[in-house]
Design a protein around this ligand. Structure first.
Ligand code: DAK
Length: 263
C-alpha cells in the first residue's frame, strides 16, 4: 500500500490515510487502498477501528481537486461511485469506526468523517463543505449525512455558504463529540476504542446495526429491528458470561473473545 497504513493494537485497528504532500486528499488510489484495507480487517480479532490522517496538519483535505478537474460527466459519476461505495462500506462496517480528525476535514474529508460512527478532533481541526465554491455539490454523501448529523438548517447553512468552521464550533453544533490537543487526540481515540473493545462484541455490532438500520425506517419498523438484534444476542457466550458474572457478583471476569458470527 502506498497511501494507507494499518496497525493493529490488540483489538483496535488504526487506519491512517498517508498522503501528506497533498494533505491526505482522496484520489482514486487512496480510495482503492482504503477499500482493500477494510476488506482485510480481521473481524475475529478486531473490535473497533480508528481512522486518522498522517501528519499534524490535515485529516483529509477533500477529494483530489487535481484528479477531478479534468473528469468528464461519466468519469465524475464513476469517481463519485468509487468514493460512495467505500464511504458506505465504512458506515456499515460491522464494528464501530472512530474518526480522529487531526486537522483539515474539508469536502470529502468532512464527508468521510461523517461515514464514521463517532468523530473526535484536535484543536487545530477545521471542517467544511467548500464544494459550491468549486462549482460542484458535495459528492460523497455530504448533502445527506451532514443534515442527519447536525440538522437540516445548520447543514444547509454550511453547504450553501461553503464556510469552514473550527473545532470549537464543530463541538458546539454536535459535529464532533470532543476536542483534544493535537498531542492528546490519538491517545484519547485509543482510550475510547479500548473501552468499546472491552464490551461484548456481538452486542456492540448489533447496537451499530440497530441504530443505523433503525434510522432509515419509521419507529414501528425500527423497534422490530431492535427486537431482532436484541434477541440475536441471547445464547451467545458473552450474554451468558456477562449476565452470569453479574449474578455471581464477579465484576473482574472478562468477556470472552467471540469470533464474528455471520448472521
Ligand atoms: N486536492 C488536491 N490537492 C490538495 C488538496 C485537494 N483537495 N488540498 C490540498 N492539496 C495540496 C495542495 O495543492 C498543495 O500541493 P502542492 O502545491 O504543495 O503540490 C498541498 O496539498 C498543500 O496545500 P496548500 O499549500 O494549499 O496548504 P495550505 O496550508 O496553504 O492550505 C488548505 C490548506 C486545506 C486550506 C488548502 O490546501 C485548500 O483549500 N485545499 C482544498 C480544500 C478543498 O477545497 N477541499 C474540498 C475539495 S472538493 C464528487 C465526489 C467527491 C466530491 C464532490 C463530488 N462526485 C464525483 C459527484 C468531493 C469534493 C471535494 O472534496
Amino acid at each position: 500500500m502506498e497511501f494507507i497504513t494499518y496497525e493493529q493494537e490488540e483489538f483496535v485497528g488504526i487506519i491512517t490515510i498517508n498522503r501528506p504532500k497533498a494533505l491526505n486528499a482522496l484520489n482514486s488510489s487512496v480510495l482503492d487502498e482504503l477499500n482493500a484495507t477494510l476488506d482485510q480487517v480481521d473481524l475475529n480479532t478486531t473490535r473497533c477501528l480508528i481512522l486518522t490522517g498522517a501528519g499534524e496538519k490535515s485529516f483529509v483535505a477533500g477529494a483530489d481537486i487535481g484528479e477531478m478537474s479534468t473528469l468528464t460527466k461519466a468519469e465524475g459519476e464513476a469517481f463519485g461511485k468509487k468514493g460512495n461505495d467505500v464511504f458506505r462500506k465504512l458506515e456499515t462496517f460491522p464494528i464501530p469506526v472512530i474518526a480522529a480528525v487531526n486537522g483539515f476535514a474539508l469536502g470529502g474529508g468532512c464527508e468521510i468523517s461523517l461515514s464514521c460512527d463517532i468523530r473526535i478532533c484536535s484543536d487545530n481541526a477545521m471542517f467544511g463543505q467548500p464544494e459550491v465554491g468549486l462549482g460542484i455539490t458535495p459528492g460523497f454523501g455530504g448533502t445527506q449525512r451532514l443534515a442527519r448529523a447536525i440538522g437540516v438548517g445548520m447543514a444547509k447553512q454550511l453547504i450553501y455558504t461553503a464556510r469552514n468552521i473550527k473545532a470549537d464550533e464543530a463541538l458546539r453544533i454536535g459535529l464532533v463529540n470532543a476536542v483534544y490537543t493535537q498531542e492528546e487526540l490519538m491517545a484519547q481515540a485509543k482510550k475510547m476504542a479500548v473501552t468499546i473493545a472491552k464490551n461484548a462484541p456481538i452486542a456492540v455490532r448489533n447496537c451499530k446495526k440497530a441504530i443505523n438500520d433503525g434510522l432509515q425506517v419509521d419507529m414501528d419498523q425500527a423497534i422490530v429491528i431492535e427486537e431482532k438484534l436484541f434477541g440475536d444476542c441471547f445464547e451467545t457466550e458473552d450474554q451468558k458470561a456477562g449476565m452470569g458474572n453479574f449474578l455471581e457478583k464477579d465484576k473482574e471476569k472478562k468477556l470472552k473473545v467471540v469470533p464474528f458470527q455471520n448472521k
